[in-house]
Design a protein around this ligand. Sequence first.
Ligand code: C2E
Ligand code: MG
Ligand code: MG
Ligand code: MG
Length: 277
Amino acid sequence: RLNLLNDMRRALESVPCIKPLCTYVDPHFRWQDQPLLPEFELHYQPQISLADGRITGFEVLTRWHHPERGTIPPVEFIPLAEESNMIIPLGIWVLVEACRTASHWPAGWRLAVNISASQFSHGSLVPVVKRALQLSGLAPTRLELEITESLLIQDAHSTRQILGELRTLGVRVALDDFGTGYCSLAYLRSFPLDQLKIDRSFVTALQQDASARAIVSGIIQLANALDLETVAEGIESPQEAAMLRDTGCRLGQGYLYAAPVPGHALDEFCRRYQQQP
Ligand code: C2E
Ligand code: MG
Ligand code: MG
Ligand code: MG
């Protein structure tokens, strides 16, 4: 664990441009200075309209290719990055790099970026988001930040304020892994949110478990009533997709459509996906 932490520090700090970038994306930063983090790679997983199977956007998911240990999954390195505050430089890099990639997509496609609680409480998030949009030219309405329920509970006051600032910018906010936390419905209403992402555990249980079906249908009705868009995570079968669509869920994400695609293979993926019958 300690070694992994040191390795992460090395991977981030060996890159000369990461420091200037982290002074909240310094005003003298140019694209030519774009730091490459050779060990980190962005993958993109499509979000699909359940009604017609079309791509509506992508969620960016970070991968760490460790020189000796191979690929380390985010469930391992994101918590380390959060504890050590290295999530700040890493998160800035993810935002800047992903916005740049998304700025080349068709104008209807959105980009979703996961944001850790510590990025939210750091104070740099709003200026960093502004700068990433400005550098890339991506329209703010095409950027969606994914947060979790715990953030709404732990630090409600400052979270509400930052969400308000993001809304003013035009950036969208999604609640990730919804249903696994402890947010009451009444409480949800008091935050400016745009989307609920139904946690994969409910989607997985849909076919076997009547209570999962009831929960999912309740979440979708609630979301519709609060004017929130719904996305189901972790769809792996056509049956799950059909059930979710028939329950009124708008978007889906999961291995049925595609696993996260490495950035360098994205153009090819989109070409092939759109040629499917
Ligand atoms: P998440 O945001 O809930 O992302 C969805 C996770 O489910 C991803 O795992 C994705 O690969 C996986 N997934 C998607 N479809 C399916 C499916 O059909 N079946 C199964 N079994 N899994 C599916 P991944 O990429 O390992 O990421 C795990 C978590 O790490 C993410 O959960 C997110 O919370 C976090 N994470 C990843 N990248 C970043 C990042 O750049 N910044 C931050 N702060 N967190 C990140
Ligand atoms: Mg997510
Ligand atoms: Mg999730
Ligand atoms: Mg998550």
